[in-house]
Design a protein around this ligand. Sequence first.
Ligand code: IPM
Ligand code: MG
Length: 340
Amino acid sequence: MATYKIAVLPGDGIGQEVTPQAQRILQVVGRAAGIGFEFEPALVGGAAIDATGRPLPPASLSLCQAAHAILFGSVGGPKWDNLPQEQRPERGLLAIRKELDLFANLRPATCFPMLVDASPLKRSVVEGTDLMVIRELTGGLYFGEPRGREDFADGGARKRRKRLASVDKANVLVVSQLWREVVTRVGKDYPQVALEHVLVDNCAMALVHKPTHFDTIVTENTFGDILSDEAAILAGSMGMLPSASLGGTGGKKGLYEPVHGTAPDIAGQGVANPIAAILSAAMLLRYSLDRGPDADRVDAAVLRVLEQGHRTRDIHSAGTKLVGTVEMGDLIVSEVEKSY
Ligand code: IPM
Ligand code: MG
């Protein structure tokens, strides 16, 4: 039986509540599909600062380096807001991305049919939205240096509808002009992909005006940070958006985290939506372990639980059944079990 070492870094706020639910999903899949998992917990972010004085203790970094994949929660919170930039909880996450060379960040945003009304946008605008933001994660404005080119074994984006919007600010930024040149050149190697260049301000508008126009969006670190939060609203709630950060040799090593943050306003109340974390676990199965069919089962289990009308507070509306974090985890775990 193949055994995988998974580093588990819940971090702060609701990261501590949703990450255990994602871990349970992997445990259930492991039992059913005969995959051995060794889960090793480690500190990161504010929790690590409180315990060791640093946002990413050396032991946590070595564990991430040794692991096949990392299940990550979220970092940050008001308690640490007054620390100097380089000592803040967020630095822990940036350091892992950098040290492990996780330069490609995949953030799918799908508006599930039963959640159309959870989005603040009109049904006629948001219905049918199914897009993927690919964000460069270790360069750009965050680190001020351009990066090289690397192909992924199974090219996440090539599984999609083959429409690529490259987002930049080439009318103003020199670094964006370079980006556009590189994307144009790489695009020539993939004649089957319809490539368009979109300016970032225009993209921000188009995302709420006509989100169904987009299939795959590829962009620089800071633009991707901003646009992926905007895309989250198309999916109804931040609580629905998973992500994968890939890189290293062959692109198999990955960090998987919900796009939402620590949500200090609801932390500790047991009401956070674990779906983003659970869908991130599904991405772990798909991209780091090559277990696409198992990932499909997890995705389908989430859909079934939503179809049955269960909702956490962020996506709850009249006529649906309100559940907490653990209860939502229970429901999805049991649907995954049933699917084997
Ligand atoms: C994200 C977050 C992070 C980022 C923070 C927590 C450092 O906003 O993953 O989108 O800016 O990349
Ligand atoms: Mg962000």
